[in-house]
Write a protein that binds this ligand. Structure first.
Ligand SMILES: [Zn+2]
Length: 290
């Protein structure tokens, strides 16, 4: 990869500020593995943008909806609930933060991971639950058999950009168009005929321009309502402490209509945590694919 001296300094700063220090200067060809790791602890504040924020349109109700949602057992109302945006309030740049109905949707980002994604698929199959997988383009290219299985088992595919650039919204039009289109092409090469109706910008960094490029490809931008914080490994490790933390976050924050954000790439603890989280969610909510 060629870098100018000035570019190198900027790159170093960007790398220090983010944990996703991979191919910051990609070219469409020759992209190597990007060590995408964790979203920043603080996601951009959800800023309703009236200029480009159509209200999320409630979609058709899932076939199985509880008329009354039982309170999550063993938990109390989330203390932060009052401070959280309403589910029908738009996320950044008009992205969707809720399912549009009372169902709860699971979203798994940054894969496909050759080990963890199949393990999650096994778990989802065991529980009869459909989820949404927001896949990274070059990983879809590298693990097409996993993408094919996601599609074959009836889960929803979502474009999570080609290589998870922190700087995606700053890229020029040609790059953005290439990035999103190439990701869809990699998905479709693995799963011909798959529908790719959703797009999630890396780190939830949606801007009206990024959303417009996604719309060109027929994709709806999805944000999230609940974050399981699986990336806080410095604080919680990857063992029982992390499993407890993730479970606590999901049990505290999930409400009817939530979209839950999780990550499985290089995160086996997510699979472990979902062995606890999934039965709990199933007992308390109707789980829907987007
Ligand atoms: Zn991601």
């Amino acid at each position: 990869m060629r870098r100018t001296a000035a570019g190198g300094v900027v790159l170093l700063l960007v790398c220090l500020l983010t944990t996703a220090c991979g191919n910051i200067r990609p070219t469409p060809q020759g992209i190597e593995d990007t060590p995408e790791t964790s979203p920043p602890a603080t996601e951009p504040a959800p800023a309703p943008s009236p200029s480009a924020s159509p209200s999320p349109t409630p979609s058709a109700s899932p076939t199985k909806i509880r008329t009354t949602t039982p309170p999550p057992s063993g938990t109390t109302a989330p203390p932060s609930a009052a401070a959280r945006p309403a589910l029908d309030a738009p996320g950044p740049a008009g992205s969707r933060r809720g399912t549009g109905n009372s169902g709860v949707a699971l979203t798994f980002d940054d894969g496909p991971d050759p080990v963890n994604t199949p393990a999650l698929l096994d778990l989802l199959k065991q529980h009869g639950v459909k989820a949404t997988f927001c896949v990274v383009g070059f990983r879809a290219r590298d693990y097409p058999q996993v993408v094919a299985r996601i599609a074959a088992e009836g889960h929803t595919l979502c474009n999570h950009s080609w290589q998870h650039l922190d700087t995606l919204p700053n890229r020029d039009d040609d790059y953005l168009r290439w990035d999103l289109k190439s990701t869809n092409e990699a998905i479709l090469a693995a799963a011909p005929g798959a529908k790719i109706q959703y797009f999630r910008s890396p780190y939830g960094k949606f801007t009206p321009r990024v959303v417009a490029f996604a719309a060109e490809l027929g994709m709806t931008p999805i944000y999230w309502d609940v974050d399981d914080q699986c990336f806080l490994t410095d604080k919680y490790g990857t063992g029982p402490g992390m499993i407890s933390h993730m479970t606590r976050e999901v049990q505290r924050d999930t409400r009817p209509g939530s979209i839950i954000l999780s990550h499985e790439n290089k995160k086996p603890h997510t699979v472990t945590a979902y062995r606890t989280i999934l039965p709990w969610l199933k007992a308390n909510y109707t789980l829907v694919a987007l």
